[in-house]
Design a protein around this ligand. Structure first.
Ligand SMILES: Cc1cc2nc3c(=O)[nH]c(=O)nc-3n(C[C@H](O)[C@H](O)[C@H](O)COP(=O)(O)OP(=O)(O)OC[C@H]3O[C@@H](n4cnc5c(N)ncnc54)[C@H](O)[C@@H]3O)c2cc1C
Length: 520
């Protein structure tokens, strides 16, 4: 056994899914190569989870930080733009709303816009808050253009993410990483050697007997959690009583329609179905709780709700929602599914991977401060996961649905105090509990509350101190600006064509006949 304890220079990433290759790409680009050597081990025989196509706007910043050209990234990953998620059937069957990546209205005298909307709603106005959101209206019109940098313009009131083929993204990042000196080893790790002196990982033993030593190990082995759990028994904080979906079936379908600039999340009897538009196909899946329906019923539901012919066999997945008690233990850090999973409803996993990577880059340890950095890392990750957890639970709990045992359970279940407090405050005052860092700030919470019929009984009292006719005029003017801006926007399909297709996406008759690759 190796008893060396030199400075941290050799970093081994175990696992080559989205988490592994994003980590390899970032470390090989952002850490000085004269000090750090990056090696990634992956096993083709084990494979990857094979899902994970909807992202959040932060991915653009990650790619920019790495110097990746956006148009090239979109071309190689067959990406489309994503400006939000449409939730169908969540508050009540038949409902639909969009959680946009952007704002509603604008602050008036420092007061968030939804307070003015609430006052008018309580006075009987029936204008939807959607009419004050450019990203919502753009989604509904199937339009997309890049946001303006002019912060005074309505055209700047949104951001965007992508729908990507995650397998192609990993391939792209592999090439990117290898060009920057990362070494890839193919094969299965069958044994892990730890040092008796301090219980740090010393080396990994491959199936062919090869021994791979390193100073720091990143566990990107997905649900297997080969290092963080199998070696360190970190333990798991189980959140399945609040987020009970524990199974998914994924099927890709042929491209049958012009891709829309948003993900669809359609509530079903025991979970929800996703529909994700890519340039060359659609991703689909049913996320459900197997205590309420069995696999055959779930498959049947998914298959009968597919648009277009299936082009893959069903991919069956099992998971437990929650997080690893500690993601960083000694010289091992878990990133990706190995560190926990909160279910894919708001596309948070790839964001959490990127957030973990950036924290690692900031906290890149030395032997002398490994422990202190691990403690800080674990603290900030726990906080981030818990905030996302509450936001996800809100989607399920803020419902009037009682038509199936699943919805009945979820509507009436006890929720975390942290979420109960947030909901109570919003209901009584219209205020969103705010935080400076992390995901899902005020507009996101407002979108889900209002979209799911959770309307406040009151609003910020400063609204009553302002001239009503003046702010109403301002609201109407903003609504008109939104409508005009949407009119000016090109279609989502045209923007994709001009920006990032290889051959373009067909529509109309050509699409239906299944022909691709021709620019119209
Ligand atoms: C149903 C579902 C839908 C999802 N949808 C989304 C979404 O829309 N958006 C989003 O952001 N996220 C989504 N996710 C999450 C997303 O798929 C993952 O976060 C992402 O793919 C990262 O996975 P990973 O790299 O951690 O694990 P994996 O993809 O499982 O990769 C694990 C890697 O480890 C390797 N490995 C494991 N053990 C060994 C070993 N002993 N030796 C060598 N190699 C080994 C494997 O070969 C593989 O390369 C979804 C997840 C699920 C389950």
């Amino acid at each position: 056994m190796n008893s060396r304890k030199k400075e941290i220079e050799d970093i081994v990433i175990l696992g080559g899914g989205t988490a592994g290759w994003m980590t390899a790409a970032a470390l090989s680009k952002l850490l000085p190569s004269q000090h750090f050597k990056v090696t990634l081990i992956e096993s083709d025989a084990i494979g990857t989870v094979g899902v994970g196509e909807a992202t959040l706007p932060h991915l653009g910043a990650f790619n920019r930080r790495l110097g990746i050209d956006e148009a090239e990234f979109m071309r190689v990953t067959q990406a489309t733009f994503k400006v939000g998620i449409e939730f169908q059937n969540w508050g009540q069957k038949g409902d639909a709303y969009i959680h946009p990546f952007g704002d509603y209205g604008y602050k008036i005298a420092g007061v968030p816009f939804h307070h003015f909307w609430t006052k008018e709603k309580l006075n009987g106005d029936t204008t939807k808050i959607d009419d004050y959101s450019l990203p919502v209206k753009a989604c509904q019109a199937n339009k997309f253009t890049f946001p303006s940098k002019d912060e005074t313009s309505v055209d700047s009131t949104y951001s965007y993410a992508y729908h990507i083929d995650a397998g192609l993204y990993a391939k792209f990042l592999r090439e990117f990483s290898e060009k920057r000196g990362a070494r890839r080893i193919e094969g299965k790790v069958v044994e892990v050697i730890t040092r008796s002196s301090d219980n740090h990982i010393d080396s990994l033993i491959m199936e062919d007997g090869q021994r791979i030593e390193a100073d720091f190990f990143v566990d990107c082995t997905g649900f297997r959690a080969q290092l963080i759990e199998q070696v360190y028994q970190s333990g798991y904080v189980d959140w399945s009583h609040w987020l009970p979906c524990n199974s998914a079936i994924a099927i890709a379908t042929a491209q049958q329609e012009v891709p829309i600039p948003y993900t669809k999340a359609i509530a079903r009897e025991a979970g929800w179905q996703w529909r994700i538009p890519l340039q060359h196909r659609h991703g689909n899946g049913y996320v459900y709780c197997d205590k309420f329906i069995d696999r055959e019923q779930a498959l049947d539901t998914l298959q009968s709700n597919l648009v277009g012919p299936a082009i893959t066999e069903p991919n069956y997945l099992k998971f437990q929602t929650g997080r690893r008690k500690k993601s960083w233990i000694n010289n091992c850090l878990a990133i990706g599914l190995s560190s926990g999973f909160l279910e894919p409803l708001e596309s948070t996993s790839i964001y959490l991977i990127q957030s973990a990577i950036m924290k690692l880059v900031e906290l890149i340890p030395q032997q002398s401060n490994l422990q202190i950095k691990a403690t800080e890392y674990n603290r900030s990750l726990d906080m981030e996961m818990e905030r996302i957890r509450d936001f996800l639970i809100l989607h399920y709990h803020a419902t009037e649905r009682d038509d199936t045992p699943f919805w009945d359970y979820i509507r009436t279940m006890q929720i975390p105090d942290s979420l109960q407090d947030k909901m109570d405050m919003f209901k009584a005052t219209g205020h969103v509990q705010n935080y400076r860092y992390g995901l899902f700030l005020e507009p996101s919470w407002v979108a889900v509350y209002l979209g799911q019929r959770f309307i406040p009984n009151s609003y910020d009292q400063r609204v009553n101190t302002l001239d009503r006719s003046a702010y109403i005029e301002g609201m109407q003017q903003f609504k008109q600006e939104v409508a005009d801006a949407v009119k000016r926007m090109p279609s989502h399909n045209d923007t994709i064509h001009q920006y990032c297709t290889i051959g373009g996406i067909e529509n109309d008759g050509l699409l239906q006949s299944g022909l691709y690759g021709k620019r119209l």
